[in-house]
Design a protein around this ligand. Sequence first.
Ligand code: HEM
Ligand code: HEM
Length: 434
Amino acid sequence: MNSVAPYPGPPFGRAVALHSLGWLVAANIVGVWLALSLLWPALGDLLAPLTYGRWAPLHLDWQLYGWCSLPVVGVLLTWCFDFGYPHVRRHAGIALTAWSLALALGGIAWLGGNTSGKLFLDWHGWTRPLLPAAMHVLWALLATHTVWRWKRLSSAERTFRAVVLGVLLAAPAVLYWSMDRKVYPSVNPDSGGATGAALLGSTLAIVTIFLLLPAFLGLPALGTRTSRAPRLEAGQRPALPGLVRRTGVTWALVASWGVFLAIDRGHASHHAPAQIVGLGTLGVWVVLLPVVWRRHDWPAGARPWLIASFAWWLVLVVTGWVVFLPGISEALKFTHALVGHAHLAMAGLLTSVNGAVLVVLTGRRAPRTAFWAWQAGCLIHVAAMLVLGWHETTHVAGLFRSESWTQALMAVRLAGGMAMAAASIGWLASLLRP
Ligand code: HEM
Ligand code: HEM
């Protein structure tokens, strides 16, 4: 790690952070409202007909497509955009506005009761083409800037970028198709939930993105422990990502995807040893991901977020695998333990990774209090849900009767969530200051 940013961030870094954090704050405020109405259900009457079920998609989809996705949009802009182009900020603004507009219109539709009913794929009717359309706007801008930079790229980089852009071009169509109410992924026949192969594949997709992040952000690779790669000037980017060069990590990634292709990707049970062992192979990445990231020169402000990411990642892979095991999976199904898992993965891991990304994109640290309030609040939130889920397995009636012990855990979750919401507001406010 370096004491200063390797380069001052792209010209549109602050805009990316404002859009991303804006959605985090909005989705968190909805989350706090959900937590309040689960603790005191009568509160829901105040906003009727905008009841719990109307607000829930806003929390989930704004967190996923807003907060979890927009920093990745910023990474792609950084990787593709020609910083020398005079209207580079305006182009980034168009891509970010199109994306945010889709989210805002989606929110209005969900509040009006227009949803597909599919978790994270609520886009239905007139909202179904919105996000794919925003993705096409983004793609067109990425492709245009790539063409402008084409002559300056090596032939290996041209091939790599063409492949990545080809994959990205398919994304809107795949998303549109998956929103169809009739389309469903493979189901574990013994739990009714996700199969081991599906969990392995989706997590490997995230691992692949994580591995590409430092190079896409233009972070210089560190040579050996003592010698550092020369610092890059503003606008300069390193050549091909180390990942696509022949390294041990590349082979480990190829092997992981090989495991995914080798195991049954149909309606496989979590009792099948291949599903259990296949999902367990993710453990390799608990070690390898930090190794790869530490080979790059991150700015010092990213350091706490990276350390938090490694901690959340370790806990996620270990507990996620345990939750999949026969016996445990059946017991925890439909309990708050899975709510805990979802927040561990997204509010813990993905948010910490995004924290590091935003430091690189803006060249600014998040306020220290925001960092600690987020991490502590998230830990409290996740722990309360795991404890509640664990006891629900044997005392489910207590939850329905709102007994004092379940209410107490719901209140603890609310307190953790409020700390997280306050942290996100403080973080956004710090970026609004010049
Ligand atoms: C960033 C990575 C991950 C994200 C964003 C994520 C997110 C989620 C979400 C949102 C659910 C649905 C929760 C519900 O049904 O209420 C889920 C379920 C689950 N996840 Fe993850 N997860 C991630 C990584 C993992 C990993 C690494 C494992 C295992 C090693 C895992 C194992 C599971 C299991 C077993 C379920 C329950 C499936 C079922 O029976 O319905 N997840 N995850
Ligand atoms: C201000 C902090 C937050 C609060 C108060 C909060 C609250 C809630 C509540 C009350 C639920 C409904 C689950 C239930 O039945 O108990 C929920 C679900 C969910 N939240 Fe949050 N949340 C917060 C932050 C986040 C963040 C930052 C993310 C992701 C980046 C996130 C992702 C999710 C997901 C994926 C679910 C669905 C879980 C499932 O179905 O298993 N939340 N949240």
